[in-house]
Design a protein. Structure first.
Length: 149
């Protein structure tokens, strides 16, 4: 995999996340949880933005972002335009960081110990993990929206 491919995939799917958030006809439904559904679409979007701003923006790009992971799941009723702004900021950070990286940088060790991973974890491995995490929650947002129609 190349850095260029990863950058394109992150950008494509962050755009898809924005589209999903904008497809909620009733903005209040972004925050609905029910029965076994513990995370609203709004909280999942906040979580994805915080996760990517931290693990890519801070760790790989020294962006200075300060993450509040708990708030990603506890904040409620954030206006849609603020969620979209956060996704846009995330997209810009990822674009900036990944466009400064070379393919050789993908083979370097990721600077944090994460995932209780045993052994050497490359930046490429963790970026692919982050991309999968983005898609996992993007699918949940899509399903959440369609369930509430």
């Amino acid at each position: 995999m190349t850095v260029k491919i990863l950058a394109e995939l992150f950008q494509r799917d962050l755009l898809k996340l924005k589209e999903e958030i904008n497809l909620y006809a009733d903005e209040a439904k972004l925050w609905v949880i029910d029965k076994e559904i513990k995370n609203s679409a709004g909280n999942l979007a906040l979580h994805l933005a915080g996760n990517l701003k931290h693990f890519i923006g801070v760790v790989l790009g020294d962006s200075g972002y300060v993450r509040n992971r708990e708030a990603e799941f506890t904040d409620k009723n954030i206006p849609r335009h603020e969620i979209i702004k956060s996704i846009d900021e995330t997209s810009a950070i990822i674009h900036l960081v990944l466009n400064k990286m070379s393919d050789a940088d993908l083979e370097k060790e990721y600077p944090l110990e994460v995932l209780k991973y045993k052994g050497r974890m490359t930046a490429e491995f963790f970026l692919v993990h982050l991309y999968g995490h983005l898609n996992y929650h993007l699918g949940q947002v899509n399903y959440h929206r369609r369930l509430l129609k």
